[in-house]
Design a protein around this ligand. Structure first.
Ligand SMILES: [Zn+2]
Ligand SMILES: [Zn+2]
Length: 195
């Protein structure tokens, strides 16, 4: 057991991911509390669909941000200094074995808040916004766990996780201009970067 906890990267990974996970668990709980205190008539199927839509919105944001923002300096393109300050992605590609590429809470908080405002603006409905937003946050948390977990060798025991971790490792080792989707290959297939 001691050996298990001393394995490379596990404690670092957990120490990086627990604060952000707890922070967003509280956020999701708050949205759940709003939902049970307002009247809305959505079927379980509609709730599941909205959760999925929120999740997919996150994965699309992740793909676009990774490909078109975080990779600009790696591709030799000019970027404002704040972009490099915002994301240590260049360093992450140079030292992928160091699991520290997690958004600061003020950064992810901005993205998550922006998504919530956008959902509210588009739907004009609090219940729809809360459900979409919960899917978005779960997508974000999943991304962090998959990414950091993928750089922590002992976490990938399940077949799906193994597949996702391998997918991200291809981005680091096979083609840095492909396999952008850390949460999964969906948008790489759609935009033809799954190569
Ligand atoms: Zn990258
Ligand atoms: Zn990585």
């Amino acid at each position: 057991m001691t050996k298990y906890f001393q394995s490379k990267g596990l404690l670092e990974s957990l120490s990086l991911l627990l604060p952000v996970s707890l922070f967003y668990a509280v956020w999701i709980l708050a949205e759940f509390c709003i939902l049970i205190n307002i009247e809305f008539d959505k079927s379980p199927a509609m709730i599941a669909l909205l959760l999925l839509l929120g999740y997919l919105t996150w994965t699309l944001c992740e793909y676009i941000g990774h490909r078109y923002i975080e990779h600009r300096p790696l591709d030799g393109k000019k970027v404002p200094a704040w972009v490099i300050d915002w994301s240590p992605h260049v360093e992450h590609h140079h030292q992928p074995e160091i699991p520290d590429d997690v958004f600061d809470i003020h950064q992810s908080g901005l993205i998550v808040t922006g998504a919530g405002l956008l959902f509210m603006l588009l739907s004009h409905n609090i219940a729809t916004t809360c459900i979409l937003h919960t899917g978005f946050i779960l997508g974000y948390l999943g991304y962090e766990w998959i990414h950091i977990g993928g750089h922590c060798p002992i976490m990938g025991k399940r077949r799906l996780l193994k597949f996702l971790f391998k997918n991200h490792h291809r981005h680091h080792t096979v083609n840095g201009n492909g396999f952008y989707g850390t949460s999964g290959p969906l948008w790489d297939v759609v935009f033809r970067t799954y190569r």
